[in-house]
Design a binder for this molecule. Structure first.
Ligand code: FAD
Ligand code: S2G
Ligand code: ZN
Length: 492
């Protein structure tokens, strides 16, 4: 049973017919068109499954047509036709988004960028990469690594997500603390507007103050303003010395203390500071069949990563930090990675959490930015509310709710509150929606730190943005997409 109640299909959108399929087959290579018999094609509906269901299997559309163009020109021809015919379109990258933004709500056409995956140019001096939007993030990181550079973002979905989708969702991730937002590292974009206009702003310049910086509007636009077909991004020098430590921490208060010490002790080489609680740790060790590098179980765990250019110097800083934290009783245990295998195993403990929760049951995800001091309180509040409603008993995975846990990029003041239940059902959802959003708004936080709004949070935007802000967002939407054919029902 899916969690959300779908908005009604807008009748202003044309229902596809074989005439449309025939037209598409004239403007893109026939083998890139995936159409079911319902619209005059030959594909078995099962072949469209992966395009209609999201990563969480929480949102499911009913598209009968997937287009997988290979060039910007083809994208332009598709959108021009869809605009004229008022055919609704969902741009799709790696389909790893978590707010229902990447799959159709009803029968919108899926425009997949997966066939646009070429590197267009790379400058090894400046580190500027220009590539198609459909390049997979991990493949780009491997490509630039061979040339001594690193992608300025990294996330657990790197093996499937596209750089175009990362830009469209303004993804944050585990390197945000070090390399900042895509609003800073993206230098230019090539975007096809809903009417087919190609906006070529694929600049490779670090500085260009000539008029409004339009590319910023598309970063985080979640496929509602235009289809990103090309990305120009600045990739930093790959650090030659990376080290990681995992700490066992007795309280959330101490997680914050350790962060202060880490910033003091590691200074400019601090490149990640992630945390997770004991229920996340139990789930990830079990599902990823990993062994904890620490002696015992602790209420909280922290992963600290340093990235610099001088291994001996950096290791000295990290071990000094560890000593200080242990001496002052801020942490109760700590393990320093001894080699690359241990580094990737420690990262697996953190990055494997989403998948491990997904294997445990239906995962309600709340990705929020709240001031660090109160960040974990909301996890405790929700657990109490679920207990009071007799839906959850801590440490007993019997009730309809099995887990209430918190983890995330605490260095960015970004918490991932996750509730794992048997299934998505209203009596559970109603406990925390809109409660979580009200809670976050009362702390002047954001109801979506990095995952975006999509379908899931469209009706809650008002908890983080004023009516004036939302009305100007809608005006901008009207400027770029007057017929609202691009990713309808989502964001605004
Ligand atoms: P999709 O899921 O295909 O699409 C996402 C949105 O962007 C949709 O609205 C879609 O319409 C739009 N879109 C996609 N491609 C384009 C395009 N070319 N032009 C215009 N619009 C487009 N997010 C974080 O921020 N930080 C994390 O740490 C993080 N960790 C994750 C870990 C896991 C295991 C998973 C599954 C997801 C994680 N995410 C994280 C979610 C993240 O937003 C997505 O994984 C990613 O950024 C979306 O990329 P994608 O190519 O999969 O896009
Ligand atoms: C992360 C992934 C999605 C989630 O792991 O940093 O962004 O909330 C999240 O499980
Ligand atoms: Zn995250």
């Amino acid at each position: 049973q899916r969690q959300h109640h779908k908005p009604a299909r807008l009748e202003s959108f044309k229902k596809l017919s074989n005439v449309d399929i025939e037209h598409f087959k004239k403007i893109v290579p026939a083998e890139t068109v995936l159409a079911t018999a319902a619209v005059g094609g030959k594909a078995d509906p099962i072949e469209l499954e992966g395009f209609n269901a999201d990563w969480l299997d929480k949102y499911r559309g009913n598209s009968q047509l997937v287009l997988r163009p290979k060039t910007t020109k083809e994208v332009s021809a598709i959108l021009k036709y869809c605009s004229e015919q008022r055919i609704a379109v969902v741009p799709q990258g790696g389909n790893t988004g978590l707010v229902g933004g990447s799959v159709p709500v009803h029968d919108e056409v899926v425009l997949s960028l997966r066939n646009m995956n070429r590197v267009r140019s790379y400058d090894e001096v400046s580190g500027v990469l220009v590539c198609d939007a459909g390049c997979v993030l991990e493949e780009l990181d491997n490509y630039v690594a061979e040339r001594g550079h690193i992608m300025p973002l990294d996330l657990g979905a790197k093996g499937s997500c596209h750089i175009g989708g990362n830009v469209a969702t303004n993804a944050g991730g585990i390197r945000f603390l070090r390399y900042g937002s895509l609003h800073g590292s993206v230098l230019g974009l090539e975007v096809v507007l809903p009417d087919g206009t190609v906006l070529d702003n694929l600049s490779t310049l670090r500085k260009d103050n000539t008029g409004y910086d339009l590319k910023q509007l598309f970063i985080g636009s979640e496929g509602t303003l235009g289809v990103i077909t090309g990305v120009s991004v600045l990739t930093p020098r790959r650090p030659s010395a990376v080290n990681v430590a995992v700490l066992g921490v007795p309280s959330y208060e101490n997680v914050q203390q350790a962060f202060k010490h880490a910033r003091q002790r590691c200074g400019e080489i601090l490149s990640a500071y992630e945390f997770w609680d004991s229920s996340c740790m139990r789930a990830v060790l079990h599902h990823q069949s990993l062994k904890s590098p620490l002696e015992a179980e602790y209420p909280f765990y922290v992963l600290v990563e340093t990235s610099g250019s001088e291994k001996a110097h950096d290791d000295e800083k990290l071990s000094a930090l560890l000593e200080e934290l242990l001496e002052q009783g801020i942490v109760e245990d700590g393990a320093l990675a001894q080699d690359d295998t241990q580094i990737s195993r420690m990262w697996m403990m953190r990055e494997g959490i989403p998948e491990s929760l997904g294997k445990t049951g239906a995962t309600y995800k709340y990705d929020v930015s709240i001031p660090i001091p109160v960040l974990y309180d909301v996890v405790k509040d929700i657990a109490k509310k679920l207990e009071k409603a007799d839906l959850y008993k801590p440490d007993q995975s019997s009730g309809p709710v099995k887990m209430v846990c918190g983890y995330g990029h605490i260095g960015d003041s970004n918490l991932h509150l996750n509730v794992v239940a048997d299934k998505f059902e209203d009596r559970v959802t109603n406990i925390f929606e809109p409660y979580v959003y009200e809670w976050v708004a009362s702390h002047r936080g954001s109801i979506s730190a990095e995952h975006g709004v999509g379908l899931m949070k469209r009706d809650y935007l008002g908890y983080s943005k004023s009516p004036e802000m939302i009305s100007y967002m809608k005006r901008i939407k009207d400027v770029f997409d007057p017929h609202h054919i691009l990713n309808p029902y989502k964001v605004v």
